[in-house]
Design a protein around this ligand. Sequence first.
Ligand code: HEM
Ligand code: HEM
Length: 196
Amino acid sequence: MTDTHSDWSLITRLAHWGLALTISAQLLSGLFVADPHTRLYFYFHEYDGLAASFFILVAWLWAYANQEIGLLFPWNAAGMAAVKADIRALAHKRTLPPGGQTTGLASFGHGLGLLAVTVMAMSGVWIFFIIPGGHGAQAASTDFRAFMEVSAIHTFTSYLVWVYWVGHIGFAIAHQLEGTPIFRNIFWRPAKDAGR
Ligand code: HEM
Ligand code: HEM
């Protein structure tokens, strides 16, 4: 079992529920937004995207208030040394990086994931304002060039979010199979509260 220090706060857990549900739905509905037979997925994607943006904002504000920014972005010498040590242990000894609130590869991965979905939210909301054809916030935008450029950023970054999503869930399952109750800790209640 990997040593995992997790006592996620209630707000972290609620925000994570929001991120996990809305962003997973964004990835899936993104596959069908261009379906010519229905506008359903398209409109769902726009409004679920606004909900996802809300949870992303909450996650940033809470990470700041809870002094977790350094955990998500450990780009100082000590932090990067911890990330490298985790990568070496994973590559050479097949040891999973410790999860929870530990500085290292896992929390850095969470930070990069949060950055990627933030780019999605910013480009998505931008598209929402300028998409031509009366399907966004403005009824009569004709700014096709800006739309194409921002849409390209949105599409490219969605591939990174897919990579994150698969890797994030894959590592979580691997931890769980090793015996660390990682799903219970983030979705239900942290180890510290269990049994109370
Ligand atoms: C795609 C949207 C998601 C994002 C952006 C995301 C982001 C995060 C972040 C930032 C953390 C660290 C806690 C925090 O600081 O808030 C975390 C932890 C965690 N997430 Fe997600 N998550 C997503 C989806 C999911 C899904 C769909 C699952 C499972 C089905 C999942 C399982 C977990 C688990 C088990 C942890 C605890 C990891 C640990 O203890 O190190 N996440 N996630
Ligand atoms: C937050 C996470 C988000 C994810 C993971 C995501 C994912 C995707 C994906 C995969 C596509 C399909 C791209 C393609 O087929 O070329 C797409 C398209 C689209 N998204 Fe998002 N999206 C997100 C947020 C948003 C937000 C916040 C909005 C607006 C409120 C939005 C509006 C759109 C629109 C209008 C399209 C169709 C136009 C285009 O392809 O650029 N998205 N999104």
